[in-house]
Ligand binder design. Structure first.
Ligand SMILES: CC(C)(COP(=O)(O)OP(=O)(O)OC[C@H]1O[C@@H](n2cnc3c(N)ncnc32)[C@H](O)[C@@H]1OP(=O)(O)O)[C@@H](O)C(=O)NCCC(=O)NCCSC(=O)C[C@@H](O)CCCCCCCCCCCCC(=O)O
Ligand SMILES: NC(=O)c1ccc[n+]([C@@H]2O[C@H](COP(=O)([O-])OP(=O)(O)OC[C@H]3O[C@@H](n4cnc5c(N)ncnc54)[C@H](O)[C@@H]3O)[C@@H](O)[C@H]2O)c1
Length: 721
């Protein structure tokens, strides 16, 4: 875990704990013993701590945080480093993050390669740098930088670290050689001023002003999060208390955060996000044993909302796109839109003007599918119409070279059905982007019965290349995202019918942590869009739609949204929807008494008695209905693991990261309680099939002890449902 070697007068302690040199128990032990050994070794005049592999050290081992007080040894190790009689130099060539940066700050000197990345990302997992990071950094950089760096968790480069005094020197080449050269200058120098615990915060006098400024900013930026606030408080302590008092208080705050539900949720999310790309198919093929094919050129069909957004994602990543659109006006419009989006990226410093120009050169408009003969992958994004998509896939199968992968951006339709229109069902797959595709990070890849592992590997790899978080799911109506979200939205609307107002439901869910309630989302995406989908479904089923009904095919429905449509209230685009919008501030939703009147009249006409709906009921009905559907998705193996569903909710619907996602939320509430409540709602609302309790949930809840989340999937395979 730590390689000890001596090179002339230097002891080299090389942290060797792949993949990221986390400070697990044996690393801490190795460093502690290494410092001791080097101090006892008469040949050694200075000690260099370095990292093997790509990383210097990525910080504490996050998995160890579930072991009580496991991190404590890091502070003891740090003190051993600082107290060393021989100078300790941290030689940083890659990431020095969290506890890794703390090790560097316990060291007397720090040298780095110019490509090193440095930071305190603890706040991103709901913690603070608890091994004296909040007390030491301000002593080096001053308060303003320390407050910003620690409370934001941002990574910064070696140049910035050098500018703020964190690094003593930076180099172009081999950092170990630099450390060796550097050691010659400092061997024999007194160490006391290099021990940060013996120094002071230089701008301590300004602490209250800086704290208040930073706090106001943090509260605006990270609404509802505790860790950024405690990070700031701990940095403030560094200037107001003695070193030892501030360090003791830091440890107390760290302990408070460690057991907070926010940190537990954020740590879960950290690993869930990393588990999502590790896909597996029922045949045994998986990410580790399948090689993707190289995608050099692509085609996108349909230059509407989604097609243009997908094209942006591809060209921005340097992948050429032929954008096929049957309507020349739409195509011209799309090319203008794409250019405008890229200009926006330049303004936000996300790309340079040169990169924008290069990206635009990769885009070519076309009007016929014939142009796609030679591309490696096609992503179809035409209207959500099965017959149209089947026809397009049938034609593509004839036009494209035999190796071309054919992908559909359908949000609901069966991939097997689309694939059956071709002679290459193994190369047909769903690539479900979310709107706006150039912003939303989720890519829900959907495999059909005949989709080959290579095809899956290729779309997962492409997603990663274009910066998406990819989750693989099996085909079914609406897949995982829209299928599990549907009951959430339906319950929100039912509660408005039963007594709440749209703004009441939105406020409760926003207080829960959703950035926007479902009615604001609906106004944003367009009430006409949902209306059109309902019309399509009705047409396909041969149904005649009416506003004066509460049931359709034995299912409870509400026609409130259709009434808004009839009133010409399509949402933000018409200045009126569930809310109203002033021309002076066209994106700010204002509750509208006209909507309240419409709802009341609707209820009167339909004989619905309105009542007060408590906040707890709003949360339970929206979330538990989504959770029940999620368990069904899991038991049908549509999703491979609960983490996949949670990642979908985080990146597709902005579920608060600290809340984990619906599955994690269920695990925290307790499956027994969730199941019991679902049974009660099922009795109360017998005409909503989303309340029929999932068999998997029933089984898990019937166990005398709570089954941990990582065992749920084992339970499915070992049980006969
Ligand atoms: C490092 C990265 C930037 C690398 O990114 P990359 O994309 O290359 O790779 P991946 O992200 O895919 O990661 C690869 C692999 O590694 C796993 N992993 C990464 N980092 C860690 C980690 N820190 N620990 C464990 N595992 C890690 C990752 O999960 C992948 O594996 P998998 O199997 O899932 O595929 C990037 O990974 C990254 O950003 N990592 C996180 C870096 C980070 O957050 N660092 C900070 C960690 S927290 C910390 O350091 C805390 C310290 O400040 C202080 C701790 C001690 C405090 C002591 C206080 C006393 C205790 C008081 C208790 C009081 C209560 C009481 O009284 O008892
Ligand atoms: N809009 C969303 O929020 C969203 C989100 C995820 C997925 N989707 C899915 O993406 C697909 C596209 O949705 P959209 O919102 O971008 O639709 P859209 O109406 O904005 O665009 C569809 C485009 O396809 C073009 N088109 C139709 N037939 C064509 C053909 N034969 N050849 C070439 N072009 C043709 C149309 O002219 C139109 O420009 C749908 O399957 C939809 O379900 C939409």
């Amino acid at each position: 875990m730590v390689d000890y070697s001596v090179d002339r007068n230097l002891a080299i302690l090389g942290i060797n704990n792949p993949p990221v040199n986390a400070l697990s128990f044996h690393v801490r032990e190795g460093l502690f013993n290494g410092i001791k050994q080097a101090n006892a070794d008469r040949r050694v005049e200075a000690i260099v701590i370095t990292g093997k592999g790509k990383t210097y050290c990525s910080g504490a081992d996050i998995r160890e945080f579930s072991i009580p007080s496991a991190g404590k040894g890091l502070v003891t190790l740090g003190h051993r480093i600082e107290d060393s009689d021989k100078p300790v130099i941290s030689a940083i060539h890659g990431n020095a993050l969290g506890g890794g940066l703390e090790i560097a700050l316990f060291s007397h000197y720090r040298v780095a390669n110019k490509n090193a990345k440095i930071g305190f990302p603890e706040v991103l997992i709901g913690l603070l740098p608890g091994a004296e990071g909040t007390i030491r950094l301000p002593r080096v950089t001053g308060l303003a930088f320390a407050m910003d760096a620690i409370a934001s968790g941002r990574r910064f480069d070696a140049q910035e670290a050098h500018k703020h005094g964190i690094l003593d020197t930076i180099c172009d080449g081999d950092v170990l050689q630099e450390a060796k050269a550097f050691s010659k200058k400092i061997i024999g120098q007194p160490l006391d001023q290099r021990r940060l615990s013996k120094t002071h915060v230089k701008d301590a006098a300004d602490v209250d002003i800086k704290f208040e400024e930073a706090l106001a900013q943090i509260k605006r930026k990270y609404r509802g999060l505790i860790a950024p606030i405690l990070c700031l408080k701990s940095v403030r302590n560094s200037a107001k208390m003695s070193f030892d008092e501030a360090a003791a208080e830091e440890m107390r705050l760290f302990g408070e955060l460690l057991t907070s539900s926010q940190s537990i949720g954020l740590r879960y999310s950290f690993f869930a996000e990393r588990s999502a790309p590790k896909w597996k198919l029922p045949c045994g093929a998986c990410a580790d044993n399948t090689t993707p094919v190289d995608v050099k050129t692509t085609g996108v069909i349909g230059a509407g909302t989604m097609g243009s957004g997908i094209a942006v994602c591809l060209i921005r990543a340097g992948i050429p796109v032929i954008l096929v659109e049957k309507n020349q006006k739409m195509l011209d419009q799309a090319i203008k839109t794409i250019s405008r989006i890229l200009t926006g990226s330049v303004k936000l410093n996300r790309m340079t003007e040169k990169q924008r120009e290069h990206s635009l050169k990769l885009l070519k408009g076309a009007s016929t599918l014939d142009e796609l003969a030679g591309v490696d992958m096609v992503i179809e994004a035409v209207y959500e119409n099965l017959e149209l998509k089947r026809e397009i896939f049938h034609q593509l199968d004839k036009i494209c070279k035999s190796s071309t992968l054919l992908c559909s951006n359908t949000s609901t339709l069966d991939i097997d059905n689309i694939a059956s229109a071709t002679q290459r069902p193994d190369k047909v797959v769903g690539t479900h982007f979310f709107a706006p595709a150039y912003i939303m990070r989720l890519l829900e890849n959907v495999y059909g019965t005949k989709t080959s592992p290579t095809t899956v590997a290729t779309v997962m790899e492409l997603g990663k290349r274009i910066g998406k978080i990819c989750v693989l799911v099996k085909t079914c109506y609406a897949f995982v995202a829209n299928r599990t979200n549907q009951p959430f939205g339906a319950e929100a609307s039912f509660m408005v019918e039963e007594g709440a107002l749209p703004q009441d439901v939105d406020t409760v869910l926003e207080n829960f942590g959703m950035p926007m309630g479902p009615f604001k989302v609906s106004d944003l995406s367009g009430i006409d869009v949902g209306w059109r989908i309902r019309q399509e479904v009705a047409k396909a089923l041969g149904l005649k739609l009416t506003l004066e009904t509460r049931y359709r095919m034995g299912e409870r429905i509400t026609t409130l949204a259709d009434r808004l449509y009839e009133m010409g209230r399509y949402g933000i685009k018409t200045g009126k929807g569930w809310y109203r919008y002033e021309p002076t501030n066209p994106r700010k939703p204002i509750p509208d008494p006209d909507v309240a009147k419409m709802i009341q009249k609707h209820c009167m006409d339909m004989g619905i008695e309105r009542r007060n709906i408590p906040a707890q009921e709003v949360i339970e009905r929206c979330l538990f209905s989504a959770i029940n559907e999620s368990f069904r998705v899991l038991e049908q193996r549509i999703a491979e693991k609960p983490e996949d569903i949670d990642v979908i909710w985080q990146y597709g619907f902005s579920f608060p990261r600290y809340g984990g996602g619906p599955m994690f939320y269920a695990s925290q509430v307790g499956l027994k309680k969730v199941f019991e409540k679902i049974c009660i709602f099922h009795e109360q609302f017998p005409y909503s099939s989303h309340w029929v309790p999932s068999d998997l949930l029933r089984k898990l809840a019937s166990h005398s002890t709570e089954i941990p989340m990582d065992k749920w999937t084992q339970f499915i395979s070992s049980s006969k449902l």
